[in-house]
Each structure stands twice: as structure tokens, then as C-alpha cells.
Design a protein around this ligand. Sequence first.
Ligand code: NAP
Length: 308
Amino acid sequence: MNQLSLSRVVGAIATGLRAAHRSAMPPMRMRPFGPTRHPVPVVGQGTWHAEEGDRATVIAALRRGLDLGLTHIDTAEMYGSGAAERIVGEAIVGRRDEVFLVSKVLPNHASRRGTLTACEESLQRLRTDRLDCYLLHWRGAHPLEDTFDAFETLMRTGKILSWGVSNFDVVDLDEVEALAGEGHPACNQVLYHLEERAIEHEVLPWCARRNAAVVAYTPFGVAPRLYDGRSKASRVLSEVARACGATPRQVALAFLLRHPNTFVIPKAATVAHVEENAGAASLELGADDLARLDAAFPLGKPGPLPML
Ligand code: NAP
């Protein structure tokens, strides 16, 4: 057997083993990703600060996530100044076709030319020839039409398969629609967790009406106290979790996934965390549980879009 045939056999065995392993888990819940209609798992994987963990452990966690169907990987040129993209690039070697890969251009790079260059650099760090979705990380000084022009050029050349935005409030979204027309943006990636539900007032309904995916970032929130069972709200979360046979973090993610167009991208640096987070995909909360959580973590008043 020559070397090429041998590597194909080894590849086929590895794929078979992964498939066998996956078949022992509940199938990952998928949704069409906004206007792209591409089926994307409701639970994905974030990578902000990924470079701060032990590299091999982080890569093993990302790959375990892929085994479990957490194939939506979110990264950005900003994260670790490209270091997170390099880690993702290493984690997806040999598995690119399984992944729905998303990266983001920084606002200060988002001129016509700057966006093209930033994308090329991200592709190199990610060791791939294409992104499934490319986002403007947040709105900056460059005119949106310049950034979107560059996105369209990248679409024509096959370097990105769709584009979206992040941290866009409704007035910005209206501008996107006016400039780019129907079917844009593919998604809006926004801050959304139990203690920060501001998007439910306007952003989420806007995206639902226009069929744009809503990707919840920092889905566990910014306060670890949420999971310590000490406050009243935290105790409600723990009780709901116990009643569902789930963990509080799985319930926190499932609450965000109750809308038909949302996705979550928790970041996890260990296999144990990834496995726990994957479990949220098969958890559907009942009306009573949702009502208890809604009361314990109230919506709050409308206001400008919060971001980190
Ligand atoms: P997050 O995913 O809500 O929380 C990450 C933290 O939760 C990490 O400390 C992680 O620890 C811990 N964790 C994960 N799973 C856990 C589990 N099962 N049990 C206990 N702890 C667990 O916060 P995030 O990283 O800010 O947000 C997620 C992703 O959204 C980012 O990584 C990034 O890709 C994206 N994001 C986008 C923007 C934007 O402006 N577009 C802003 C922020 C974030 P370990 O690392 O030790 O596992």
C-alpha cells in the first residue's frame, strides 16, 4: 500500500470512529443560519482568550466540540491579535469541511482595502481558503458601504460565503438593510445572557422579521455568581436545572435558544466544559421553567444596545 492510500485508510478509520462516537450522543440540534439557510448547530464554540489556556488542552477541547457537533466556531482577528485564529487553524486541520467558520474584521481595518487584507490574513492564520461568515466586529469610523463593498468582493472570489455584523443596534441594522438590501446581514452577533436581555426589545424582533440569525455572545454572562446558588435568581436557575436533570449552565444556554433564530457560542477551554455545553442543545425548557426564569431574570427596560 502506498503512502497516499495508507493515509486515506487512516482518515476513513478516524472518520468512522468519530461517527460511531457521535452516534452515542443525542444528535446536535441544527437551525438554518439566517438567509444562508446553512444548517448550523444551535450551540457553537467561542474563542476569545483561547490563547490564554494551555494550547494542547484548548485544541483538544475544540476538537472534542467538533466530535459532539459544535461545528460553529467563532473567532476574530482581534482575539489575541491573531493567536486565537492560529489555534483554531490548528484545531480544524483535516476537518475544515465539518466547520461553520466565522471570523471578524476590526472596525479600524474595515475600509475597502483594509477588509480585503484583514480577511486574507485571517484565512492564512486559520489555514483555510474560505470563511463561512465574515463579520464587522462593531461599527467604527469607516463608512459601512466601503466595508460591505469589500465583503461583496470577498463573496465573489469565494473567500467568504456570507457576511454579517456584530454589536449592531436597530438603527444600524436599518442602515445595513438600506445599503445592502434583503438577505443582509446574515447575522448579528450580540451580547445576550440571562442577566442582559436588552436585545429582546428590538434587535431580536428586527432580526426575526428579516430572517437574520442572532448569535448570542458571552452567553454565560459576566458574573460567575449566577451559578453559585446563593442569590434568589441563582437558586431559581439551580432549581430549574435540577428539575430538568440539567446543569445551571445548560439551562442558561437553553433559555437563550428558546427563540427560533438564536445560536449560542460559549467559549470553553476544557473537554469537560465543552461536553457540558453540548448538552444544552438537547434541552428544551417547558413553559413553567421559562416563566420561572423570566421572573427571576427580568427583561428590564429598553435602552441602547449593550456590548462588551
Ligand atoms: P462565555 O462563553 O459566556 O464564558 C466563557 C467562560 O465560561 C470561560 O471562563 C469558560 O471557562 C467558562 N465556561 C465555559 N463553559 C463552562 C462550563 N461548562 N462550566 C464552567 N465554566 C465554563 O463568554 P465569552 O467568551 O465572552 O463569549 C463567548 C464567545 O463569544 C467568545 O469566546 C467570542 O468568540 C464571542 N464574543 C464576541 C464578542 C463580540 O463583540 N462580537 C464579544 C465577546 C465574545 P474555560 O475557558 O476555562 O472553559
